[in-house]
Design a protein around this ligand. Structure first.
Ligand SMILES: Cc1ncc(COP(=O)(O)O)c(C=O)c1O
Length: 313
């Protein structure tokens, strides 16, 4: 999916032309992976558009930066305003938003202290991430997720996505749409860019964050929705084989949204169709995101741009 360009990118508080948002090859981030970033979606509403869980995403960006001792010269409110400004300047919704804070051009040593922190926010159209009607065919990766106390999985850092690339490429070359990684102890962790949920005997399970999973905002949204709907929900360590015998399995993520999984390692999940609990949760999730159901959890930040696609797409 080539990037569809828009007109402006927010850079350190100013809107600059898309083509001017460039970096020098000797920037610290290019050599050492020193970036933290976010992925956010803005959805069309019956009137205007709205960013989904904007403060939560920007707080995670600040948290990721804190873990890496990266001082961002912007408050949560300023970063959120930057997202709204760039979307309104570009006039493009629905869209995906990519804020990134990185160590720029300064010194070549590993220490990042002498390299300036730069913050950018871009937005552009981006459709479905996990393709396929009726669910994705995925595999268990031969690559593990990062071990605890190596690369911190609670930081959404660019460097972590070298591990994600290994997981995703292996899945693709073997004919799967995505890979699920185990943690270093062989317990279910997450997809290369998604959290994982299992339904068995009417109970919704997802691995706890201690299994090297990112603290997904969509994961939190699904847990909140499920509890609100009165479902039994548990965050607990999951052995690999529980995936194979689950009634339903689905991914969650900003890019993936709520994506049913049809098979894992060619073992068909349930009856091979999206299950009832997955459908109920997805219906509520998309209903809230698209403004078709009440924003009962206060998840939407309005943006004054009319969506280019009909609501609900
Ligand atoms: C590794 C990984 N896990 C989980 C997720 C899901 O997180 P969220 O729902 O906040 O997008 C993502 C996407 O950001 C991810 O890259």
């Amino acid at each position: 999916m080539p990037i569809q360009t828009t007109s402006k990118i927010w850079h350190n508080g100013n809107l600059i032309p898309w083509e001017d948002a460039t970096l020098h090859v000797m920037s610290h981030v290019v050599h050492y992976g020193s970036s933290v970033f976010e992925g956010i979606r803005c959805y069309g509403q019956p009137s205007g558009s709205a960013v989904f869980r904007l403060p939560e995403h920007m707080q995670r960006l600040l948290d990721s930066a804190k873990i890496y001792r990266m001082e961002l010269p912007f408050t949560l409110e300023e970063l959120c305003a930057g997202v709204v400004d760039v979307i309104e300047a570009n006039g493009v919704t629905p869209c995906y938003i990519r804020p990134i804070a990185l160590r720029g051009y300064g010194e070549i040593g590993v220490s990042p202290k002498g390299s300036p922190v730069e913050v950018y926010i871009a937005n552009f159209p981006w459709g479905k991430y996990i393709q396929g009607h009726g669910g994705a065919d995925v595999c268990i990766s031969s690559w593990s997720r990062m071990a605890p106390n190596t690369l911190p999985s609670l930081a959404k850092a660019g460097a972590n996505y070298m591990n994600s690339q290994l997981i995703h490429m292996e899945a693709e070359v073997n004919g799967y749409q995505e890979g699920i990684a185990l943690d270093v102890n062989g317990l279910v962790s997450e997809g290369s860019g998604e959290n994982v949920f299992i339904v068995r005997n009417g109970v919704l399970y997802t691995p706890p964050l201690a299994n090297s999973a990112l603290s997904g905002i969509t994961r939190d949204s699904v847990l909140t929705i499920a509890r609100h709907l009165g479902m039994a929900v548990t965050e607990q360590a999951l052995p690999r084989e529980l995936l194979y015998i689950a009634d339903e399995v689905f991914f969650t993520g900003t890019a993936a949204e709520v994506s049913p999984i049809r098979s894992i390692d060619r073992i068909v999940i349930g009856d091979g169709k999206p299950g009832e609990i997955t459908k109920t949760i997805a219906d509520e999730f998309y209903g809230i995101a698209n403004g078709l159901k009440p924003d009962r959890f206060g998840w939407l930040t309005p943006v004054k741009v009319t969506a280019n696609e009909p609501v609900g797409v």
